[in-house]
Design a protein around this ligand. Structure first.
Ligand code: HEM
Length: 445
């Protein structure tokens, strides 16, 4: 694989939506649709394609907003994609997220039977992710989309969820998110860690070699697969009051409460990483995009005395730390954002509001990407030699697990961790390239 091959990455065909870093401020919405009539479904695609910018353009939304489109396996079927092509998609994508619940730890309160309707149902066919610079322009764009939907009676809008980024860029637990993402070789899509080698584009997009210099398996025909990516979508509800109460009950002081919270995440609320700011928050560091992700673990923090081995960010991507396995093989692009109102600072009582993040993870291989990260790194601790621990923040804890904070002279342990994040539902989607969308729209069946 020569650098020239990488330069051929067809950015003008790749959908910008989830590949580009988010603009600094935006309002967004996810719309889910059911396709009852293939012709109408294809007509809707034809209408939406002009609204989809390519990754070759600017990451800032156009004045009137823009969209990204992805399809579930059943959506591809509902649009009339031929059987032999459908059969060429990977088994876990064909099965859909709900069918993978046992592997993903979506049990108990996160079990598909308890998901918000229609999430996980067979009639989730199409997802449109709309983005605009502010709520007013988003509404205008959505009105247009809703009107287009009314004009094509064979497609029904079955779910809509607003999402946004606060000016503080913090999510409901109070921490800045969306800091760490990979650079993609030859794409002009920059990563955020200067110490992390760029990834081959085939880790994230179909049609290109991955880090093993192998072409990942692709569905057929090539025109459908090329420049596509698998998108994991999950509506993750955060139990903020319970999380705050738990921290308060285990901390020795307010200062200790802030430290324990940072140890759960691996960063401080400002985004400053524990690896670089082990003792207290450093808002300047957190706000500095050139420094807030410029770190590795092996040389300075091999034992996790700064950032615990089991902290959310270190589990989710252990960088160069010594673990069982190779972190680089399982990298995803993440583009999550918030939904629901924030629980005001300092409030410890639950107000009953639904809040959390809409999680989006992109990869060329679902088994290697999300499914591996969720099942092995978030839900298990074998890879870091702590088999009985899960991710303290986002793992499916059940009050029988603990979290170890390495420190001297003796480690600290907090026990009986409850579940702070509940999956309200989701789906595996395929985000085709723009040409591929045109190909689907032009099918005749
Ligand atoms: C409500 C649920 C979640 C919350 C509140 C949350 C929050 C965060 C925060 C605050 C960060 C640090 C900011 C950054 O490094 O960009 C982060 C990083 C990350 N999270 Fe999550 N997260 C959630 C769920 C998940 C899930 C389900 C996964 C994967 C299955 C995941 C994977 C990652 C990864 C890969 C990173 C980047 C780690 C790195 O590169 O250093 N997160 N998350």
């Amino acid at each position: 694989m020569s650098p020239d091959d990488q330069a051929m990455l067809e950015l003008d065909d790749i959908q910008a939506g989830l590949v580009h870093p988010r603009p600094t401020r935006y309002a967004g919405a996810v719309l889910l649709g059911r396709i009852d009539n293939p012709r109408d479904g294809r007509e809707l695609l034809r209408r939406v394609i002009p609204l989809i910018p390519s990754a070759a353009g600017s990451p800032e939304p156009h004045q009137e907003g823009w969209a990204a489109v992805a399809l579930s396996f059943r959506g591809l079927k509902a649009l009339g994609v031929p059987e032999d092509s459908l059969a060429s998609f990977p088994a876990e994508f064909q099965a859909g997220m709900a069918a993978r619940a046992a592997e993903l730890g979506d049990t108990g309160e996160s079990a598909p039977e308890r998901w918000e309707q229609p999430l996980g149902r067979d009639d989730v066919h199409l997802a449109i992710y709309a983005l605009a610079p502010d709520a007013a322009r988003l509404e205008e764009a959505l009105d247009g989309a809703r009107e287009a939907l009314r004009d094509v009676p064979g497609v029904a809008l079955i779910w809509e969820q607003g999402t946004y980024m606060l000016p503080t860029e913090r999510t409901s637990f109070g921490f800045k998110d969306g800091i760490s993402n990979p650079a993609i070789e030859g794409s002009g899509i920059f990563g955020t860690n200067p110490q992390e080698e760029p990834f081959m584009s085939g880790v994230f997009m179909l049609g290109y070699p991955n880090d093993s210099h192998a072409l990942p398996p692709m569905p057929t025909p090539e025109v459908l697969a090329r420049n596509g990516s698998y998108v994991v979508f999950r509506k993750l509800q955060t139990r903020v009051a319970e999380y705050r109460q738990y921290l308060r009950s285990r901390a020795k002081s307010r200062e200790d409460e802030a430290l324990l919270a940072a140890k759960f995440v691996g960063r401080w609320p400002s985004g400053a990483p524990l690896a670089l700011a082990p003792e207290r928050d450093d808002p300047k560091l957190g706000a500095d995009p050139n420094r807030n992700n410029a770190f590795l673990y092996a040389a300075d923090d091999a034992r996790g005395l700064k950032c615990p081995l089991g902290a959310h960010v270190r589990r989710a991507y252990a960088r160069d730390a010594k673990i069982i396995g190779v972190p680089r093989l399982h990298r995803m692009i993440r583009r999550s954002s918030s939904y629901g109102p924030m629980l005001p600072d300092g409030v410890l009582e639950d107000d009953g509001a639904d809040r959390g993040i809409l999680f989006f993870g992109l990869q060329a291989n679902l088994t290697r990407g999300f499914e591996f990260v969720k099942s092995q790194w978030i839900n298990e601790g074998i890879f870091i030699g702590m088999p009985s621990e899960m991710d303290p923040l986002v793992g499916p804890n059940d009050e029988t697990r603990m979290f170890t904070v390495p420190q001297q002279p003796i480690r600290r342990r907090v026990t009986e961790l409850p579940q702070f994040v509940v999956n309200r539902g989701g789906e595996y989607l395929f985000m085709p390239g723009r040409r591929a969308l045109g190909w689907i729209a032009g099918l005749d069946s």
